[in-house]
Ligand binder design. Sequence first.
Ligand SMILES: *[C@@H]1O[C@H](CO)[C@@H](O)[C@H](O)[C@H]1NC(C)=O
Ligand SMILES: *[C@@H]1O[C@H](CO)[C@@H](O)[C@H](O)[C@H]1NC(C)=O
Length: 114
Amino acid sequence: MQNLFITFLIIFFFTKPSFALGEGTPTGGWKPIPNVTDPTVVDIGKFAIDEHNKEAHKSLKFVKVVKGESQVVAGMNYNLTITAADGPEKNYVALVWDKPWEKFRQLVSFKGPV
Ligand SMILES: *[C@@H]1O[C@H](CO)[C@@H](O)[C@H](O)[C@H]1NC(C)=O
Ligand SMILES: *[C@@H]1O[C@H](CO)[C@@H](O)[C@H](O)[C@H]1NC(C)=O
């Protein structure tokens, strides 16, 4: 009985902050990235191309990030339109999830050429 009560307390305290966070931070809102030559943005773009090359056994070469938007989540989501060359240059749209403090970065989706 005592243990059950403590379990509830623990669940309460661990779920509460995420509710507070959900209300306080505007998740779901995409904001345009003002400067696509920002080193972090370029890095994310290169990462997306590298990962796609590994997953799809391609050899695309990163050219530049054309445009992008970011979204605050647990970390940051980046939705980037990237120019890459596979012979001719084409545009691709990549979604990358980045949690810098955990050194975690994941290619969520990759589409293209668009
Ligand atoms: C964009 O970022 C790059 C690299 O940090 C910097 O050299 C450039 O001046 C910035 N451009 C603008 C318009 O802020
Ligand atoms: C990402 O950007 C592309 C191009 O602007 C857009 O078509 C697509 O809907 C965006 N994806 C998300 C998840 O917002």
